[in-house]
Design a protein. Structure first.
Length: 411
């Protein structure tokens, strides 16, 4: 556990069958295994959005029937997302993205209790939370960073120990975006409730992949992002518990019941609502078919290659996420070769890709730089197929073996 203080300011089966459209010719088809970074828009989502980009272009804040019809569509989106989350439609606030939702939650928590200037969070949060906390530290807040163990798991007792009388908010993600490790939020939120502290979770990766029922939880805030569950980019949402005080981050007009000003991004809001409706019906598919693809990928890959290690808790994680260390090989080299073969994966969070340093998540798990630098994240989705996996399992081992033969570490 460590603190960011004012003194060191310098430093995200359902049996329904849906079309798998080809992006390229069969021999050059892109195989997309980067679904934690972003997902393709579901065709049904796009179909529902299109009228609001063409003939139904009215402003939902308008005083005429044309605008009122658009307003009805945004109300339906609130209802659909609320049904997925197990909350009331009035508890849903649409935003521009998961980052805005995270920032709004933390801002609101600090504004609710101005005398409390302490934040508790974890070492493996998304940069939307960690960088906000760093900015808050520069403005006089204390921030306690709770560490994780070698498998990326949190000790609830350490969260409890970190909470102080001046703690304004505890922010812990539902599931890690790089490893998929799921955190014990029910226990953490119970500790926060007992101590009278606001609890926020970044659930960007969890929504649509695991069952959520906020009516049974004691969360004040939950953030999500549309483009992680087959809705468009540029739209997200924040759950705000109806019994919580709230201070908006974006101030202006009365949109979202005065909780997020700005003209509604109607088409994208409608799209996220439809995506939420579909996600509610495909949870079983995520946890059976998608999980089966992920598990087969890991099993067969490790049968073909030595020194392939799963990063993070192999059991307690999202059904679609596989973070693997290919020991003795630079992951950047593997990534380049896979990209040339039309296979998409990532070095980690899309918000940290390109950084010189290894992933902060993997470093927080006490890995050596060498292991962290050998790691790639593969994240599956419901549009991936067995045929695609066959091709990946043909290409990836060959790439790794070739690179290992060229590596001085193998000499």
């Amino acid at each position: 556990m460590r603190n960011i203080q004012e003194t060191n300011r310098g430093h995200r089966n359902n049996s329904r069958s849906r079309p798998r459209t080809k992006l390229m010719s069969a021999e050059n088809q892109i195989i997309y295994l980067d679904n934690n970074s972003s997902t393709r828009i579901d065709p049904e989502v796009l179909e529902e959005m299109m009228p609001f980009l063409t003939e139904r272009y009215g402003n939902p804040s308008g005083s005429h029937r044309f605008g009122a019809q658009v307003k009805d569509a945004t109300k339906l989106a609130h209802e659909r997302l609320a049904a997925l989350l197990g909350c009331e439609p009035t508890e849903v606030v649409f935003t521009s993205c998961g980052t805005e939702s995270d920032n709004t939650a933390l801002h609101s928590a600090l504004q609710m209790t101005p005398a409390r200037r302490h934040i508790v969070t974890t070492a493996v949060e998304h940069n939307a939370v960690l960088n906000y906390c760093q900015a808050a530290a520069k403005n006089g807040c204390d921030v306690t960073i709770v560490e994780v163990d070698e498998e990326g798991n949190l000790d609830v007792a350490e969260i409890e120990q970190a909470i102080r009388p001046d703690t304004a908010v505890v922010s812990v993600m539902w599931a890690n975006n790089e490893t998929g490790v799921i955190f014990p939020l029910e226990e953490i939120s119970a500790v926060c409730r007992e101590k009278g502290v606001v609890f926020h979770t970044d659930a960007v990766q969890a929504v649509g992949k695991t069952k959520i029922n906020l009516a049974e939880q004691s969360f004040q805030f939950l953030a999500l992002s549309g483009h992680k569950l087959h809705a468009p980019k540029g739209v997200g949402a924040l759950y705000v518990n109806r019994n919580s005080k709230f201070h908006p981050l974006v101030i202006g007009g009365p949109q979202e019941n005065g909780r997020r000003a700005g003209t509604d991004n109607v088409a994208s809001i409608v799209g996220l609502g439809k995506a939420a409706e579909i996600a509610a019906s495909t949870l079983e598919e995520e946890n059976t078919q998608v999980r089966a693809l992920r598990d087969r990928f890991e099993t067969e890959l490790r049968a073909q290659l030595d020194d392939v290690v799963i990063n993070g808790d192999a059991e307690n994680r999202l059904p679609n996420t596989s973070n693997l260390a290919f020991l003795g090989v630079d992951a950047q080299a593997i990534l380049i070769k896979l990209d040339q073969a039309g296979i998409c994966c990532s070095l980690g969070s899309s918000c940290t890709t390109g950084a010189v340093e290894p992933s902060h998540v993997l470093r927080a798990m006490h890995m050596t730089n060498e292991r962290a630098r050998s790691s790639l994240r593969f994240s599956f989705g419901r549009y991936n197929t067995e045929a695609e996996l066959d091709r990946v399992l043909e290409i990836l081992p060959r790439i790794v073996n070739t690179l290992r033969q060229l590596s001085p570490l193998s000499a």
